[in-house]
Design a protein around this ligand. Structure first.
Ligand SMILES: C[S@@+](CC[C@H](N)C(=O)[O-])C[C@H]1O[C@@H](n2cnc3c(N)ncnc32)[C@H](O)[C@@H]1O
Length: 219
């Protein structure tokens, strides 16, 4: 399966690290739940490595889900759900050893992001992990030229650009309902408030892969 999102030259490496992390914790028969699964590219990457695990994907787009069902058939469950109304989302098959989300959180407002993390924490199996891969919000105009240098380097090495901006003001003007990444500080605060231990597994400029798990003392 080809990556349906071609615009992120660093995505292959970051998704490979996400799948490696999932692979490390999934036991045979365990399930990975993907929040914002799209057409199922993460399922494809997981099944390339593991044939002994299950996959459940949630997304709000019926046509993406249908494409995923057509591709993977009965072995995988793809269900319609709106993450912005996570309180109403019921999903069978939990608790889950891995709950992952890839390039989806920037579509949610910050209150919904925090609610989805709390919802996921309640559905993690003992020893399970939450893996969040998404853009982070840039907040420092003084260091913005350094981010531009990273974008320039990515384009030079990969021959393709990432979503970039010519100035910090232009970057901020590009923020919208479908492009509202959270600040790293906010993610760390939410994980801490929710009793989740967390670690940045990979950070490339403004794109992060963060892992969170219940600590031993988390209720
Ligand atoms: C950029 S795509 C990423 C798809 C997939 N995770 C991947 O990496 O290939 C973002 C996905 O998030 C889904 N999405 C965005 N907001 C959502 C919401 N409120 N509830 C459920 N899915 C949502 C979109 O429908 C889309 O499939």
């Amino acid at each position: 399966m080809e990556d349906p999102i071609g615009g992120y030259p660093t995505r292959a490496e970051q998704l490979d690290i996400l799948v490696s992390a999932a692979d490390a914790v999934l036991q045979p028969g365990d399930t990975l739940l993907d929040l914002g699964c799209g057409t199922g590219y993460l399922a494809h990457l997981l099944f390339e490595r593991r044939g002994d695990v299950r996959f459940v994907g949630l997304d709000r787009k019926g046509e993406s889900l249908q494409a995923a069902r057509d591709r993977f058939g009965e072995r995988v469950r793809f269900e319609e759900a709106d993450l912005s109304d996570i309180g109403a989302v019921e999903v069978a098959g939990g608790p889950f050893t891995v709950i992952a989300t890839a390039l989806t959180f920037h579509d949610l407002d910050d209150a919904a992001k925090r609610s989805v993390i709390a919802w996921a924490a309640e559905r993690l199996a003992p020893g399970g992990v939450f893996l969040l891969y998404d853009r982070l919000r840039l907040t420092a105009p003084a260091t913005f030229p350094l981010q531009q240098a990273i974008w320039g380097r990515i384009e030079r090495i990969h021959g393709r650009p990432m979503r970039a901006a010519g100035s910090f003001a232009e970057y901020e003007a590009d923020l919208s309902e479908s492009n509202r990444p959270a600040r790293l500080d906010d993610y760390i605060r939410w994980f801490t408030e929710l009793g989740l231990e967390h670690q940045i597994l990979h950070l490339h400029g403004n794109v992060a892969l963060i892992a969170a798990a219940k600590g031993e003392t988390t209720p």
